[in-house]
Design a protein around this ligand. Structure first.
Ligand SMILES: [Mn+2]
Length: 314
């Protein structure tokens, strides 16, 4: 039996799996974080804040919740970082195959190893747009490749990885980083064209992994490892809107909200950011339109392929 509450308190008719174009997977995981603990409380805090949010988006003049948002049971596989990643991978892929726009809420960033792997298996020529204060390019950390400090190492090896907002890293990560596809925060402040340059580096299929510590701690203090000099609200939205407009964003995750009882505004910002991303995704799509996530069984080698050509005349 389903025990999760509806996203943002929306009516049941918009929260059923069958009719929902969007699936939201909560991943309340905080197994490997090194400093501020509490990211496991992130999904619950974001969902609770979403209940207090207006659902009409002024900028796009839409009410995107009407496209349907289904919240799955949280992923509670905690036996090891690897088991968590595998569980995220399997769940993500399951809903991609069901033609859903799959989104995940963390939880710490290590979950993205699983989500990225699933999207990379399902979409051709994938770009991972990684928005974060940290490079997260270590091959392994504290004895595991499934640590949050390794979140995009795998993506750096087998996807088109573009990194934005980076301002904290170890020297060893420089040996892995492609600096041609990296936007350091200290350079972004002096470059009025950085957004266009980001978009130019993206392939058509884009997965966004958004670590909330990319944002400036003045607007989002509640995160495990805050770093000064981050992105502000409107420039973040401008980048995201441009990416959603010009590319096929196939899914996203939003991670590292680490709630603090003295700061409700971070939870609210995260909730609103999630909703803005959905609003941009569906701003040109009517509620009654069929969703097509463009997923293809590209690696199925013809087995079990329900032929696209079955109904075609010779
Ligand atoms: Mn980070």
């Amino acid at each position: 039996m389903k025990t999760t509450k509806n996203y943002a308190g929306i009516p049941d008719e918009f929260a059923q799996l069958e009719k929902s174009k969007v699936v939201l997977i909560p991943v309340p995981y905080d197994g490997t974080s090194t400093w501020g603990k509490g990211a496991d409380k992130g999904p619950e805090a974001l969902l609770e804040a979403s209940e207090n949010m207006e659902l009409y988006d002024i900028e796009t003049a839409t009410e995107v919740y009407q496209q349907g948002v289904y919240v799955t049971e949280p992923i509670t596989e905690l036996s090891s970082p690897k088991a968590m990643v595998n569980s995220v991978h399997d769940r993500t892929k399951e809903y991609i195959k069901r033609n859903k726009f799959v989104t995940l809420i963390g939880g710490e960033h290590s979950l993205s190893i699983g989500s990225i792997r699933a999207f990379n298996e399902c979409f051709d020529n994938l770009t991972v747009l990684h928005i974060d204060a940290h490079a997260d390019l270590r091959e392994s950390y504290e004895g595991t490749p499934y640590n949050h400090a390794c979140a995009v190492y795998e993506a750096s090896q087998n996807t088109n990885l573009v990194q934005v907002g980076i301002r904290s890293m170890d020297a060893i990560e420089m040996t892995i980083m492609d600096t041609e596809k990296t936007f350091f925060a200290h350079e972004m402040v002096d470059d009025e064209y950085w957004m266009d340059k980001v978009v130019d580096l993206l392939t058509d299929n884009v997965f966004i992994t958004f670590d909330l510590d990319a944002l400036d701690p003045s607007i989002l203090p509640s995160t495990g490892t805050p770093e000064p000099g981050g992105l502000l609200w409107y420039e973040t939205l401008e980048l995201l809107k441009q990416v959603f407009e010009e590319k096929n964003v196939v899914g996203f995750d939003l991670v590292e909200l680490c709630p603090n009882e003295h700061d409700k505004s971070s939870n609210f910002l995260a909730a609103k950011l999630y909703y803005k991303m959905l609003s941009y995704k569906f701003m040109n799509e009517a509620v009654e339109d069929e969703y097509d996530n463009t997923y293809e069984l590209t690696n199925s080698a013809g087995t079990n392929s329900v032929s696209k050509f079955d109904d075609e005349d010779e």
